[in-house]
Design a protein around this ligand. Sequence first.
Ligand code: SAM
Length: 292
Amino acid sequence: EKFDIADPVRTQAILDRYQIQAHKSLGQNFLRDPHVIDQIVASAQIHPQDIILEIGPGIGGLTQQLAKEAKHVYAWEIDQHLIPILQENLAAMTNITIMQADILKVNLPKFFVEHNLQQSSVKVVANLPYYITTPILLRILQADVPLKQLVLMMQKEVAERICARPRHKEYGALSVAVQTKSAVEITQIVSHEAFVPQPKVDSAVVSFDLLADLPVKVTDYAALMKFVQAIFRQKRKTLWNNLLVYVGKTTTHKEQLQLMYDQLEYPTNIRAEELSLEQIVQLQQLVAEQIT
Ligand code: SAM
């Protein structure tokens, strides 16, 4: 009666039966630990009306458990060999749609319109392909679609950069990019032993609350991203040096920048990693207004 894909024996049986060679180049590490899947599902706090979007269902271990809780699961898998396997193993569940696609090419706003999801409670839950964690995440955060929450498993080191606070050594452009859009939290650290084949590094599950009250309001996210890339470009260098490269090293710019520093009471040697989200957003606006 109970047939769970994500179980060490079941997973191996599926890999053997279909002679699946996990493709390293596609980041294929399949979860075979049911407890880890339960915890991911718990982090997503799924309600019966929730619509779940999954990236990279693999052999369907997570998909299956998500579909037990949600109204519907839409999953994009790039590897066409896995599609018939997913169809077959998930055939008993009628609320799953498997689509063959590269998530980086999916037009999310169009998908939302076509599936009438504008008014729904939509969450993204995935054990991401690690080689494209950041591009996927930034694409989701920049897509203009109404999402409530993301629950994403990724390499632990990337999770720490995403969640890092000012003055911590992992704090940088990625932390700011994410934290100006969502409230983030690591909900779980996952040993590499939970996967087959086992990756070299441990993983972490991060929950992103996209409806949280944030300390900052960003009007032009694309412009802020450009600015943030620039001020963290050389982390060893001072903010002053990175800013000058960004605005262009002229005598006028140096004078204008000095005035701004005086106004903000910033010491000359301050580094970008010391600035809070609020300070970074404020600084970007001042630079846009005052450096000409
Ligand atoms: N969800 C499964 C699990 O937890 O066992 C598999 C996770 S595995 C870490 C990542 C999955 O993403 C693989 O199935 C891989 O084929 C798929 N994938 C890789 N690149 C992708 C892309 N650009 N678009 C969609 N899926 C992708």
